[in-house]
Design a protein around this ligand. Structure first.
Ligand SMILES: [Zn+2]
Length: 68
């Protein structure tokens, strides 16, 4: 069985550069939990910003909702 990977994609509101990470179920749960907003830090301009989970990773957002 292959491990499920979730793609989390966000883009910085200031410089527009995008960040993509591929996280396993355990990693995404540990890092973000079930919250509707994720906190990101831009690798380019270093500002912190919030992104909506349903935009950043619709798959995980849906998986969170399904467990309830
Ligand atoms: Zn930026």
């Amino acid at each position: 069985m292959t491990k499920k990977r979730y793609k989390v994609e966000t883009s910085c509101p200031q410089c527009g550069c995008s960040a993509v990470s591929h996280l396993s179920t355990e990693e995404i749960r540990e890092r973000y939990g079930d919250v509707p907003n994720v906190e990101m830090e831009c690798g380019e301009c270093m500002i912190k910003y919030e992104a909506e989970m349903k935009t950043a990773c619709p798959e995980w957002d849906a998986a969170c909702r399904m467990k309830e």
